[in-house]
Design a protein around this ligand. Structure first.
Ligand code: SF4
Length: 100
C-alpha cells in the first residue's frame, strides 16, 4: 500500500496511471501549498536524484549477486519443480481458452 506524503507531492501525476484502482485524485492545491518555493523544489530534486542513485545501486547489486551465483555454479534446487508448475498453469490456461 502506497501513501502520498502530501507535503512532498509535486503534483506531477506520475502515480495516477499505474494505480490499479484509480484511488488517487489530484486536487488543486490552495494557499501556501499552491506555491513551491526554491527550497521545496531543491528538496524535490534532491529526493529525485537520491532515488535514481538508489535504483542504480540496487541494479548493480543485483547484477553482482547474479554474477556471483553464476560464477559459483549455484542453481535453484527447485527450478525443475517451478518449471513444471508454470508449464501446468500454461497448459490449463490454453485448455480453458480452447474450451476443452
Ligand atoms: S508521483 Fe507525483 S503526483 Fe504522485 S505522489 Fe509522487 S510527486 Fe505526487
Amino acid at each position: 500500500m502506497h501513501t502520498v506524503v502530501t507535503e512532498l507531492c509535486s503534483g506531477c501525476d506520475v502515480c495516477l496511471p499505474p494505480c490499479p484502482v484509480d484511488c488517487i485524485e489530484m486536487v488543486p492545491a490552495v494557499g501556501a501549498d499552491a506555491i513551491w518555493g526554491q527550497s521545496r523544489a531543491d528538496a524535490a530534486r534532491e529526493r529525485f536524484e537520491r532515488r535514481g542513485s538508489r535504483h542504480e545501486r540496487e541494479r548493480r547489486e543485483r547484477a553482482e549477486r547474479l554474477a556471483a551465483a553464476g560464477a559459483q555454479g549455484e542453481a535453484d534446487p527447485d527450478a525443475e519443480k517451478k518449471r513444471a508448475i508454470i508449464q501446468a498453469a500454461i497448459e490449463r490456461a490454453r485448455a480453458r481458452r480452447q474450451g476443452t
